[in-house]
Design a protein around this ligand. Structure first.
Ligand code: ADP
Ligand code: TYD
Length: 787
């Protein structure tokens, strides 16, 4: 769903729509309150020092409640009805905000007024501590989980993008309005901060009403909760224990707190930093403006950019991006460069904010959510405060020193250190909460940006060897499969011959659809349907035949596998090869062969042989020559891209010669046979016909259906899969698409075993190259891709 459509969809959900309006109002109130109450306090005293102190004390007082009230607020949000909690807090804030300007009616002592402003602000913030977690914890209950991210985009953009700007505009226009009144009448009827404060008070009254009468759904969960009433203290401890013990939450908390510490360092050093860039206040504002622009970009554009990337990974990576940008800021010598990285800081922070909020809503159970939100709310405020004060203190004392003759500014050093610490924290958070361990991070990120994230592969078998024969029509695959099997069996190996398509009952039916000489739908199958049918055959084949046999330790020899799809459906039918590769990777759970023997032959020769063999052509054999030529070169390209895994042989040579070269390479992979050792035990369940070499097909006789159909494999029962950590993982993607290297192999193929010399490298003791561990998924990513 596109961004705008997703937003429309969530705004159709009435309780959420109302909560969002409430949030907008309330956050407008917050910003107005912050600006207006501080200005109000400043106006009560004269002299710049006193004014500064008054302003500063109001701001400082806002931070205090976090210490006092914060930890309990989460218990309140989890324990009591969240709707009532919100309403009570809002009415309280309404009364307190209204009281700030009203107090001047009762006393004209400016000290008392400032004192009351501070006290009221303290209480307002305390109430905010209770309101925030209750609100945050209820958002996920009003929406389907899949919509949570869009909802968070909207609420975060509202809180950090729209309302602060709106608050600024409201205050500025009030000031201008009143200024012009003063100019024309000579006196001021009302004071603009007073008006702002009354207005602010009203926003809270409005939200109290809306929540109480309009969003009854927030109360929904009270009945279930009342049943189990532990003591407040115990609930409080349970919340802490949960944060400490759950890797996801620990990672989130770690990441968020570090991000705020880094943000604090940026704020603390910002004014000195701006000066070091040769600018003054304006440079400072420019940097902050761009940071906010980045924040907005991250929140609005982030999800689009990363697509289906795991949100846990996205969160960690965003923190790393933000922190890395801070570290680089330390080296920026020009404002333009600083601006670029300020945007980077913002983008990273915005994406981390969004990913973190969404993860908390999605993955933390409702009865704990309030405590986690309050924990984070308190933690971030304290961290920010601490980090801002420490860094401003250090930069204040700092200045520039010469180290080994190079001027080093404290500010920049501090930024650099903060950035590096932040990167480390991001990586640590990522490690703790990673839900795709073993899937390469960078490939996953790139894949996700391109619309095809990697997903965890099924555990790869540790024993057994998987050998595949590929090549065009009539190249001699069946002949060579048979010869190799005979030879290996004679040496005492447990060998399973199989093929694609059609090695299973399901596969045989699919094969019928694909290749029957009496074609369905007039012989026309849409290329994508064809690709899906081959993939379906493959998925079933791998799951029911290949993997069980490999798990048992058998040598599986397959006549065709994934490369056939890449060559025929990709290059032949000209479907996007990456899509076909992705589809096959998904179908096979990432299982790759240990060796692919590519029998290369001129299609004219191959087709003639195949024609002689069966006397009739199937649907694909009947394709034009250029089709078969595309297929041939696609195979060669695949081999060129991964020479260690391929043995390319000139299939126009006599069968015995070809078989000899195959055997030579395979011996290198398998090692000496241990007669009997690899054989399945009697009664293991494998049908005898599977292990007995069928006679090579007589010329001109159609291959019997089900020749290699290992029905009885089911009886063997899959063995428990080998532990995946024992396997050297490797991604399916990026293995070199067909067409990357058209000229690659052609020159070396004649009679030579390309990459044959690497056999030893493949078969180092302890196992040859193992089937891979990673594949691309999920399938739904394909649907939205234009091809
Ligand atoms: N190296 C070879 N030289 C000549 N003919 C061959 C060779 N290998 C196989 N053939 C014959 O070519 C025909 C097709 O071989 P087959 O193994 O069925 O090919 P594929 O399975 O690749 O379609 C068969 O009649 C087979 O006897
Ligand atoms: C496995 C596979 C086969 N094919 C085609 C190639 C073959 O023409 C046909 C399979 O028939 P097959 O019996 O393997 O052909 P032959 O032994 O004559 O070479 O299906 C694909 O197009 N995609 C695939 O993924």
């Amino acid at each position: 769903m596109s961004g705008a459509a997703a937003l429309r969809a969530i705004l159709k959900i009435r309780p959420f729509r109302r909560l969002w309006l409430v949030l907008g109002f309330s956050s407008l109130g917050d910003w107005l309150g912050l600006l207006a109450s501080a200005t109000f306090a400043k106006e009560q005293v004269s002299g710049s020092a006193a004014q500064g102190a008054a302003f500063g004390s109001v701001v400082a007082v806002r931070m205090l409640p976090a210490l006092v009230m914060g930890p309990l607020a989460g218990v309140v949000a989890d324990r009591w009805d969240r709707r009532y909690t919100m309403v009570v807090c809002d009415i309280g804030r309404f009364l307190l905000f209204a009281s700030i300007p009203s107090v001047t009616f009762f006393t004209s002592d400016s000290k008392l007024v400032v004192l009351w402003t501070a006290v009221a602000t303290f209480m307002i913030e305390t109430l905010q501590m209770g309101w925030g977690p209750a609100k945050d914890a209820s958002v996920p209950n009003l929406l389907p989980k899949g919509r949570l991210e869009s909802a968070n985009q909207l609420t975060l953009a509202t809180t950090y993008g729209v309302t602060p700007v709106l608050a600024g505009i409201v205050l500025a226009s009030l000031n201008t309005l009143l200024g012009s009144v003063v100019r024309s009448t000579g006196h001021s009827p009302i004071n603009s901060s007073n008006v702002a404060l009354y207005f602010d008070a009203l926003t809270f009254l409005a939200t109290a009403f809306t929540v109480f009468f309009g969003i009854k759904e927030i109360s929904g969960r009270s009945a279930a909760r009342r049943a189990k009433q532990a003591s407040i203290w115990r609930e409080f401890l349970a919340g802490w224990a949960y944060v400490g013990k759950t890797p996801l939450v620990r990672g989130l908390v770690q990441g968020i707190l570090c991000a705020f510490a880094v943000a604090g360092a940026v704020v603390g050093t910002a004014s000195f930093y701006s000066r070091s860039l040769g600018g003054g206040d304006s440079t400072f504002y420019i940097l902050f403006a761009f940071l906010f622009i980045g924040l907005a970009l991250g929140i609005v554009g982030g999800p689009r950019l990363v697509g289906e990337l795991s949100r846990r990974r996205w969160f960690g990576l965003s923190i790393v991006l933000a922190a890395l940008s801070v570290a680089v800021l330390a080296f920026a010598w020009h404002l333009v460069i600083a601006v670029v990285f300020a945007v980077g800081v913002g983008v990273g922070a915005g994406m981390a904010l969004l990913a973190g909020t969404t993860l908390m809503g999605r993955e933390i159970s409702d009865d704990l959510r309030g405590r986690v939100f309050s924990f984070i709310q308190v933690g971030t405020q304290l961290t920010l405060l601490f980090s801002v004060s420490v860094t401003s203190l250090i930069t204040g004392f700092g200045g520039s020193r010469r180290v080994l003759g190079i001027p080093v500014s404290t500010t920049r050093l501090l930024l650099f250190v903060a950035g590096v610490v932040g990167v480390a924290a991001g990586i640590a958070a990522l490690r703790q909460m990673d839900d795709k361990k073993g899937v390469p991070l960078f490939k996953d990120l790139v894949g996700s940006i391109r619309g095809r994230p990697l997903s965890l592969a099924e555990p790869a078998p540790r024993v057994g060897r998987f050998i595949v024969f590929e090549g065009g029509e009539g190249a001699g695959k069946s002949t060579q499969v048979q010869r190799l099997a005979n030879r290996l069996r004679a040496e005492g190996h447990d060998v399973v011959i199989t093929r694609e398509p059609g090695a299973t009952d399901v596969g045989a039916r699919i094969r019928g659809l694909l290749l029957d000489p009496a074609p369905v739908d007039g012989g026309q199958i849409a290329p994508r349907a064809e690709a899906l049918l081959y993939a379906a055959d493959r998925a079933h084949h791998v799951a029911t035949v290949v993997r069980p046999a490999l798990n048992r330790g058998a040598v599986v020899i397959s006549d065709r596998y994934v490369d056939s799809s890449l060559a025929y459906q990709g290059a032949g039918r000209t479907l996007p090869v990456d899509d076909v590769r992705w589809l096959s990777g998904w179908a096979t759970g990432g299982l790759k062969p240990d060796l692919v023997v590519l029998l290369d032959v001129d299609p004219k020769v191959g087709l003639a042989r195949a024609g002689r063999r069966s006397g009739q052509t199937d649907r694909l054999e009947g394709e034009e020559l250029p089709f078969h030529e595309r297929v041939r070169y696609a195979f060669l390209d695949l081999a060129a891209a991964d020479p260690n895994r391929y043995l390319v042989l000139d299939a126009s040579r006599p069968p015995e010669a070809v078989a000899g070269m195959v055997a030579e390479r395979v011996v290198g992979i398998l090692g000496p046979a241990q007669p009997g050792a690899a054989q399945p035990e009697p009664g293991h369940g494998e049908a005898e016909h599977l292990r007995q070499a069928p006679e090579p097909r007589p010329e001109a006789e159609p291959r019997p259906e089900g020749e290699a159909r290992p029905e009885a494999e089911a009886g063997a029962g899959p063995q428990p899969a080998a532990p995946s950590e024992a396997v050297a993982g490797e991604a399916v993607v990026g293995d070199g698409a067909a067409g990357e290297n058209a000229a690659g192999v052609g020159a070396t193929v004649e009679g030579a075993a390309v990459g044959g010399g690497n056999a030893a490298g493949d078969t180092a003791p302890g196992g040859p190259e193992q089937p891979t561990k990673v594949l691309e998924g999920p399938l739904s990513a394909l649907e939205s891709r234009p091809s």
